[in-house]
Design a protein around this ligand. Structure first.
Ligand code: C2O
Ligand code: CU
Ligand code: CU
Length: 469
């Protein structure tokens, strides 16, 4: 089925032993690190009909030349790997047609969007091969960087690993007046972080054994926007980086090699109330974070940005030797009052279960035919998420942006005071969030809550809920 080309691999064939073996990428000669230019995902085109912006996405197979000459089989959206950036404005009415040109079923979920369940693209919105599914979306939320990815039951991890993911940018009037770098791809740069591993034929290695399921699939090769070990050139001025952790399971501790300061200005689903000065931050799968870096101090210099957990450079940044433009960062960014002084009328508990051979929530594994929770629309509730396992789990909720109210009874972290849709719950920790849902999701297309380690999600650490009046 796979067209595997031994000839092109040259010396690689020599290391393939007599007995078939899978190996990791250590046998492969990579393109020289940090010489490839960072790619910027193109902005998706649309046509407007009767005030509705219409987007067409094609989910398809592709080939990418990640390694020297070995063409890797991939999936992509309107291309070989990843997808275009969908950029919309609050109050836009849009329709997205998703054509499945794969040879297997998929779905397309808009992670972070506050939309009705029937357009959410969860596991029930199945798109069969050679068919098209359409999502009608009324954008109704704060400016933020959301994203999209498949959500087919038991297949999410592999399909995202193959390359199905894209950015979904939302602008609004409130942030138009906030003076932040905003030239897409120039001083406002999206960075989709992913890691991959390859087999010795140059194909993605996504075999899923018990170990992969429990640990989550990580890789020794790092991609940003689909480019291995990229370099980006910036002007000596304030530059905004918008990070999406699009990895299946890797949690990053992002920082400069020299631990230079920067300001975090946004989390998942909104800007922060004010910039927060940091020299590192942790980002788990599904989460987003936006930072502004003052490069005016580094004209003509090269900086390295990377992951402190893995002690690994991810991005080389070359600052041009032109005239520095000093940074002026607003003191206040946005007002977040959705949850202010709101009293919850109900509390729900979510216990994240991970023990040998069992992944679940509240002692149950995901079942498409069971509704786990029934939530009333527009009510404020406390959701209490408890992790007694030894591993941190990023807990994600569909159809909302929530507010973190406490971690083990203490205040949330200073860089998570904005709206969130994914929260990393550390080992032995209990996190309380205040949540509300503004749209309906009935039992045919319920919303999901789940761990965003995709192998955990696929392994059953997910539940379904309805939202009704
Ligand atoms: Cu990003 Cu339910 O997913
Ligand atoms: Cu989601
Ligand atoms: Cu998990």
């Amino acid at each position: 089925m796979k067209r595997r080309d031994f000839v092109k691999l040259g010396s690689l064939a020599a290391v393939t032993s007599l007995y078939p073996q899978k190996s990791d990428a250590s046998a492969i000669t990579f393109k020289k690190a940090f010489t490839q230019k960072l790619a910027i995902p193109p902005i998706a085109e649309y046509k407007e009909e009767n005030g509705v912006k219409i987007y067409n996405l094609s989910v398809q197979e592709g080939k990418m030349d990640f390694l020297n000459g070995a063409k890797t089989s991939t999936y992509g959206i309107n291309g070989d790997f990843l997808g275009p950036t969908i950029r919309v404005k609050d109050k836009d009415k849009i329709k997205i047609n998703v054509a499945n040109n794969l040879r297997e079923t998929t779905t397309m979920h808009w992670h972070g969007l506050r939309i009705k369940g029937s357009s959410d693209g969860g596991p029930h919105n199945i798109i069969n091969p050679n068919t098209t599914w359409s999502a009608d979306i009324d954008i109704d939320q704060k400016a933020s960087m959301c994203w999209y990815h498949p959500h087919a039951i038991g297949k999410t991890g592999r399909q995202v690993f193959m390359g199905l993911a894209g950015i979904f940018l939302i602008d609004d009037d409130e942030t138009k007046g906030v003076d932040l770098p905003s030239e897409y791809g120039v001083d406002d740069i999206p960075l989709v972080l992913q890691d991959r591993r390859f087999d010795n034929l140059g194909e993605f290695l996504y075999s899923q054994n018990m170990m992969d399921t429990m640990m989550g699939v990580t890789g020794n090769v790092h991609l940003i926007n689909g480019v291995i070990d990229p370099v980006v050139e910036v002007e000596p001025k304030a530059v905004r980086f918008r990070f999406l952790n699009g990895s299946n399971a890797r949690i990053y501790n992002l920082m400069f090699e020299k631990q230079n300061d920067f300001f975090q200005v946004a989390g998942d689903s909104s800007l922060l109330p004010a910039p927060v000065k940091l020299s590192n931050f942790i980002i788990a799968p599904g989460e987003r974070a936006e930072i502004v870096v003052d490069f005016s101090k580094y004209a003509g210099k090269t900086l390295y940005f990377g992951d402190g957990f893995d002690k690994r450079v991810l991005l080389k940044i070359v600052v041009k030797n032109s005239k520095p433009q000093p940074m002026k960062l607003p003191e206040k960014l946005v007002t977040i009052d959705e949850y202010k002084d709101k009293k919850a009328t109900n509390t729900r508990d979510f216990r994240l279960n991970m023990s040998m051979g069992f992944l679940g929530i509240n002692e149950k594994q995901m079942d498409m035919n069971r509704i786990d929770e029934r939530v009333k629309k527009d009510r404020f509730e406390i959701w209490r998420i408890t992790n007694r396992s030894p591993r941190p789990h990023p807990f994600h909720v569909h159809g909302t942006g929530f507010s973190i109210i406490s971690r083990d009874g203490s205040k949330p972290l200073i860089n998570e005071m904005g709206l969130k849709d994914t929260v990393l719950v550390y080992s032995r920790e209990t996190v309380e969030i205040l949540v509300r849902f503004k749209y309906d999701a009935d039992a045919n297309t319920p919303y999901m809550y789940h761990c965003h380690i995709l192998e955990h999600e696929d392994g059953g650490m997910m539940g379904q809920f309805t939202v009704e009046a």
